[in-house]
Ligand binder design. Structure first.
Ligand SMILES: [Zn+2]
Length: 333
């Protein structure tokens, strides 16, 4: 009997030594000192002993119980935290990292806001287009030399990645009767290799207004507002005669260099002027292609390159930085 108690004592001590937290200690306590625990089971054995041994054996079990209790308390002390955890409610919180809006998205947002204020609504279309929408309907039949201006990615003979957002204008005019007043923001593709001023993917916003009696004067008025809105009241602008197959007459919007103020610098090639985009009155053939009466209606259209605007506005001399996603560049906006 005594030998049994000795072994049990050793076992329990060894198990206590191994405990690493309060929970482990608590399960050991239940196992040995609980109501149905190992120690209480020992008391049942007393009934089988001769009378003279009963008292001694009972005392020894009680002693063991006390010793285990003490060892348990000592072990428990080890798991108590040394100091109470302190919370300083006056400490300033950690500032979460907030990302930046990409400069191209910023320009998009500003331009969409501008055109919205003048009553234009957003229209979108597919980036994979039929030749009809990208070229033919825009007065550029298959052998038209102006197609050379748009070095396009063809997927099939009749299918290509759109090289401008103008196909959206055709899609809207095919499905809607004038008055039409839309803007078409979106991504376009041309097979230009990446260099400081070219990218195979770029962004545009175009605006189209078709109604009774729309005039070039209205277009010029809108462009004047547009230039002042984007680049400030001191910016001068010019409309140079130009050519596009889908507008007649066509113009090119040119603004005084935002960097040198018109005196000439490396950004404007010492000319003092920067090209911003193309515009003009919708060509009568384009209106005929979408079955809008040229006797009743006229319209103007304009197109602006988002990268171009961002480069002028933020004085950036390499278009590639918009696509590199270098966090050091993006964090400046
Ligand atoms: Zn300049």
């Amino acid at each position: 009997m005594e030998e049994r108690l000795r072994i049990l004592r050793k076992q329990i001590q060894a198990l206590f030594e191994k405990t690493r937290d309060k929970d482990a200690l608590e399960s050991l306590r239940i196992k040995y000192l609980g109501r149905k625990g190992e120690i209480n089971k020992l008391f049942k054995d007393i009934a089988q002993l001769p009378v003279e041994q009963k008292r001694t054996y009972g005392n020894k079990i009680n002693q063991l119980k006390q010793d285990i209790n003490q060892a348990l308390k000592a072990r428990l002390q080890k798991f108590q935290p040394k100091d109470k955890e302190k919370i300083d409610l006056l400490l300033p919180g950690k500032k979460p990292y907030i990302g930046h809006i990409h400069p191209l998205s910023k320009i998009f947002d500003e331009l969409i806001m501008f055109f919205t204020n003048f009553g234009f609504s957003i229209a979108t279309g597919p980036e994979i287009e039929y030749d009809w929408y990208n070229f033919k309907a825009l007065n550029m039949p298959r052998d038209h030399p102006a197609r050379d201006m748009f070095s396009s990615f063809y997927i099939k003979d009749d299918l290509l990645l759109r090289s401008h957002t103008s196909p959206v204008q055709i899609r809207v005019m095919e499905n809607q009767k004038p008055p039409i007043k839309i803007m078409c923001p979106g991504r376009c593709y041309r097979y230009d290799a990446f260099d400081a001023s070219h990218a195979p993917v770029f962004h545009q916003i175009e605006a189209l207004y078709v109604d009774k009696g729309v005039s070039f004067g209205e277009l010029k008025w809108l462009l004047s507002k547009f230039v002042k809105f984007l680049f400030g009241p001191k910016t001068k602008y010019l409309l140079r005669p130009s050519f596009f197959p889908f507008t007649e007459p066509s113009g090119e919007l040119v603004i005084s260099c935002a960097v040198c103020g018109g005196s000439g610098c490396s950004v404007c090639g010492n000319s003092g002027w920067l090209e911003l985009g193309g515009c003009g009155m919708v060509h009568p053939q384009v209106l005929k292609n979408v079955k809008i009466s040229t006797k009743e209606y006229s319209g103007y259209a304009l197109g602006i390159g988002i990268e171009r605007v961002a480069m002028i506005k933020y004085v950036i001399d390499d278009i590639r930085v918009f696509f590199n996603n270098d966090i050091r560049f993006l964090e400046q906006f």
